[in-house]
Design a protein around this ligand. Structure first.
Ligand SMILES: NC(=O)c1ccc[n+]([C@@H]2O[C@H](COP(=O)([O-])OP(=O)(O)OC[C@H]3O[C@@H](n4cnc5c(N)ncnc54)[C@H](OP(=O)(O)O)[C@@H]3O)[C@@H](O)[C@H]2O)c1
Length: 359
């Protein structure tokens, strides 16, 4: 496979750090440059991010002496040095939109973890096992932007990465109504227990903007390309409550679902077991072998025990049973900064590379 030079924009942040650890020994992608805000630009990565390093593995030697570039001030230079960039920055939505579009227009493809462009109609929002075909909209996006190589592709919010994969193979029974309560880890806010001690022995019943994302994003992921845009699916009707819980990593969801044609429990379990997508067919480096794992034990999946399954890229499910108000209920879990953030971004980039979008 061809080798690609990549940049990480927002390299000093929680997601940026994950990108660094995931790309350290990546077979296709080489970290060529790191960028962050003007506050960090000009400093070595070690100096700018050393005290903020939150990963359990040590900072890789290969990045310690890299001098951070200015994500907004060095766009042309960055674009000339890499084949594409990952982007995960904490800025205002309008600023992120403009920044990502400026990179695309400078002919630097962007694989984004940010939410700013998730509902831009010609920007694909991809869970590679579910809607890999949505990357075909990039042709229309390039026409709109007037670019040859440049484009933006995004991954979805971390909150939906557990229940949308579990629901996806069941769509053939006609998903009518979905209720999902998510129990979200503090790393989703870029925090640890050291930096957010108020979360110890606590639960906060509100995460700004999260419930709208959790209800709307699945409909775009399940949407279809019509002309120059991705049109959202009409069903199912989804309602959510998103809570912040005292867990370091791993978002859990308690899900209730009603179908048009109710399947048997055995049919659901078989579909989860058999669910395999394009990443598995193409044997992409970050793809889990088994996308959905089902635990028979009543007390699983547990965030602490199961979030790292298959390098944090698999989804765990459990407690599937009939419900008195909905057809079924179950629990699912995914690692929010791996599958839900940087890992999902890397897998999307692998799909785009395998399909020639960075050439
Ligand atoms: N954490 C998660 O699990 C998760 C999951 C999915 C998506 N996301 C999304 O990913 C993005 C980053 O999240 P995070 O948790 O990694 O945030 P974070 O830890 O707060 O890091 C923010 C990054 O943005 C950079 N930045 C801030 N202002 C900037 C500017 N004006 N120009 C350029 N860079 C700037 C920071 O650089 P400095 O160090 O120089 O300030 C830092 O590298 C957010 O959009 C978030 O919604 C996060």
């Amino acid at each position: 496979m061809k080798q690609y030079n990549v940049g990480i924009i927002g390299a000093t942040g929680m997601v940026g750090q994950r990108f660094i650890t995931l790309l350290e020994n990546h077979p296709w992608f080489n970290i060529k440059l790191l960028a962050a805000s003007p506050r960090s630009a000009g400093k070595t990565y070690e100096k700018a991010a050393g005290s903020r390093w939150k990963m359990t593995s040590p900072m890789p030697e290969s990045v310690k002496n890299m001098v951070l570039m200015d994500a907004s001030g060095d766009i042309e230079k960055i674009a000339s040095m890499v084949d594409f960039c990952f982007c995960a920055v904490d800025m205002k939505k309008d600023e992120i939109k403009a920044l990502e579009e400026a990179y695309a227009k400078a002919e630097c493809p962007i694989v984004s973890n940010n939410s700013a462009h998730r509902f831009t109609p010609d920007v694909p929002m991809v869970v590679p096992e579910i809607n890999p075909d949505h990357i075909e909209i990039i042709k229309a996006q390039r026409e709109r932007l007037g670019t040859k190589r440049g484009f933006i592709a995004v991954k979805s919010n971390c909150s939906i990465q557990s229940y949308v994969p579990a629901l996806h193979p069941l769509r053939k029974f006609g998903l009518k109504k979905v209720l999902a309560c998510t129990y979200q880890a503090i790393s989703g806010a870029g925090k640890t227990f050291d930096t957010w001690p108020e979360m110890i022995d606590n639960l906060i019943p509100y995460i700004g903007g999260e419930e709208e994302k959790s209800e709307q994003e699945p409909l775009k992921v399940w949407g279809t390309i019509q002309g120059n845009e991705i049109v959202k699916a009409q069903e199912p009707s989804i309602t959510t409550q998103c809570l912040r819980v005292p867990v370091s990593d791993g978002h859990t969801a308690a899900v209730f679902v009603t179908f048009e044609n109710k399947p048997s429990k055995e049919e659901i379990l078989q579909l989860w077991k058999d669910f395999s997508g394009v990443p598995q067919e193409l044997n992409l480096p970050s793809a889990p072998k088994q996308f959905i794992h089902y635990f028979e034990e009543n007390d699983r999946p547990q965030a602490k025990l199961d979030r790292n399954l298959e390098g944090g890229m698999a989804v765990s499910t459990g407690r599937l049973r009939e419900d008195t108000q909905y057809d079924y209920k179950f629990v699912c879990l995914s690692h929010n900064t791996l599958r839900g953030a940087a890992g999902g971004g890397v897998l999307l980039a692998e799909l785009l590379a395998a399909k020639g979008y960075f050439d």
